[in-house]
Ligand binder design. Structure first.
Ligand code: ADP
Ligand code: MG
Length: 510
């Protein structure tokens, strides 16, 4: 026997040989496995589960039951839904045939917005990677206000047309108002009925906002709804993310989290990423509708989608815009993955510390001047090469990292031919010009010069009267809009062939 133990391959324990320890396994793990199996069996033995139930327990999701937390959340969601179902039954029983009914809605566990979602036409990153909207032309609609000839003329005040239009406009109601498929059954709503429905919808919306506000926004992690949290945990479970660390920012329209990247389909994900979660419950998005419903790339789909899906469209829009920017080599976050309303982007910063916004970056005068020229070049590239106007450009959406400016937050960016595209550009220019002038960059162009330099347009600056300049811009937009309506093409080119700015000519070609 070897007393010293030197020649033995594995060092011996001074207390004698120890039997190899059985792989450790917590009670919770055993339970979760059992539960998973049990749920799976139940799922198989009841193929005709209710809509919501089957959605939670589809085959691919059964594999997700390895995480206790996620399992608990899935069960909680299922429990909440069942609670609501029971509540609905009680409500029905209570009200019976009575003409006056009492609503139990306030006691529901699941926000109506989170409920009733289906995953058909789910947007996934694989099929949305390239920009299928580029080549599409805007739709032409008659602007003269009537169609047909002679006796068969139909004006825009026609009762049937108006009725149908009103039905379609119900789609703009708050997310929690179920308007049904009025278009499918060719419902025609009179103006009076439409207006009172709209009024009712507004008051309901305010009531619902009051009710759910407290419940949803208590702490940073709670800033996202349970369904979103589940989606986030699924990303961790699938190994796309190693870990979700914490919240970087909670804005009106989005919540941004820092996370450690894992791998996606064998490809490594950047070490540090952010999850930009577009908020699904806030109605602020409604105020931003004009950035998307007049964007011809998304217009058609916008009108057909429910508000929940529209929020996914914002995430998708940011993804496409970032892809264009990357192509033009504008420093910006890289898109890793899009899952519903969650966008995973590369992190701008280091060791969990995000790069400062330009507003907070402590730059010396040389760096500030340098930053200015970078921003100027970036704006030109964005307009000329990406065919985009940022539409929310300011020192808040530009980060300073490794001696470079990085452009972020482009979900609302539109093409210059958007009906208000040039006005958005002017606003961007004003923010940029004001910021750099205040920070003492003497080279900074005036807002008017900046606008012309970026767009390549020659809007006369004249007496530098803003109202006058704006009027010119609006006239340009109007002319472009008319042109688009008539010809389906733009009147002002993004850049002329020789690279010089196109002259601003009167519209001579009609
Ligand atoms: P919002 O629409 O809410 O303003 P942003 O895209 O501007 O959303 O993100 C909010 C904040 O989160 C930013 O000001 C920035 O500080 C941080 N942030 C967003 N994206 C990134 C990123 N890729 N890397 C580092 N920080 C980021
Ligand atoms: Mg922002």
């Amino acid at each position: 026997m070897d007393q010293t133990g030197i020649t033995t391959e594995t060092p011996k324990s001074p207390w004698g040989s120890v039997a190899p320890a059985a792989p450790s396994c917590s009670l919770a793990e055993v339970m979760s496995e059992q539960l998973a199996r049990q749920l799976d069996e139940e799922n198989n033995s009841f193929p005709a589960l209710s809509e919501t139930g089957s959605e939670l327990l589809t085959a691919d999701e059964a594999a997700d039951t390895t995480s206790d937390l996620m399992l608990a959340q899935m069960l909680q969601m299922q429990f909440d839904r069942e609670f609501d179902d029971q509540l609905r039954r009680e409500e029905k029983k209570f009200n019976g045939d009575s003409k006056v009914s009492i609503s139990f809605e306030n006691y529901r566990k699941v926000h109506p917005y989170e409920d009733s979602d289906s995953s058909e036409d789910e947007v996934d990153w694989q099929d949305t990677r390239d920009d299928p909207y580029r080549a599409e032309k805007p739709q032409t609609t008659p602007r003269k206000g009537f169609t047909g000839k002679g006796k068969n003329i139909t004006t825009k005040h026609d009762e049937v047309t108006c009725g149908r239009k009103n039905t379609a406009r119900m789609d703009n109601f708050a997310p929690e108002v179920h308007v049904g498929d009025g278009l499918g059954m060719d419902l025609k709503l009179s103006n009076q009925v439409f207006n009172s429905l709209k009024q009712h919808c507004y008051s309901e919306q305010r009531r619902s906002a009051r009710l759910h506000e407290k419940k949803e926004h208590s702490t940073a992690e709670q800033a996202v709804d349970p369904r979103t949290r589940l989606l986030m945990y699924k990303m961790v479970n699938a190994g796309v993310l190693e870990n979700i660390n914490g919240c970087i920012s909670t804005g009106k329209e989005s919540v941004v989290f820092h996370a450690d990247g894992g791998s996606l389909e064998e490809q490594p994900v950047p070490d540090e990423v952010v999850l930009k979660v577009f908020k699904t419950t806030l109605n602020e998005f409604k105020n931003r509708d004009r950035y998307i419903k007049d964007d011809y790339r998304f217009k058609d789909r916008f009108s057909k989608l429910n508000p929940r899906k529209i929020i996914r469209l914002w995430a998708e829009k940011e993804m496409h815009n970032l892809a264009r920017m990357k192509k033009a080599e504008i420093p910006c976050p890289e898109v890793v993955l899009l899952k519903k309303h969650i966008l995973v982007l590369s992190f701008i910063g280091k060791d969990q510390v995000p790069a400062p916004k330009l507003k907070d970056a402590m730059l010396g005068s040389e760096d500030m001047k340098d930053a200015y020229y970078q921003v100027l070049q970036m704006m030109q590239k964005l307009y000329q090469e990406c065919n985009l106007v940022h539409a929310d450009l300011s020192e808040y959406n530009i980060l300073w990292h490794e001696g470079k400016v990085w452009l972020i937050d482009v979900s609302q960016s539109v093409e210059p031919t958007h009906p208000h595209g040039l006005e958005f550009l002017f606003r961007d220019c004003r923010n940029v010009a004001t910021f750099f002038q205040k920070r003492g960059v003497s080279e900074a162009l005036s807002v008017y010069e900046l606008f012309n330099t970026v767009s390549g347009l020659n809007v006369p600056v004249g007496a530098e009267d803003e109202a006058e300049f704006m009027a010119e811009i609006v006239a340009l937009e109007k002319r472009n809009e008319d042109h688009v309506q008539r010809r389906g093409k733009k009147t002002f080119p993004v850049a002329t062939e020789d690279g010089g700015p196109p002259p601003l000519k009167p519209d001579t070609d009609d």
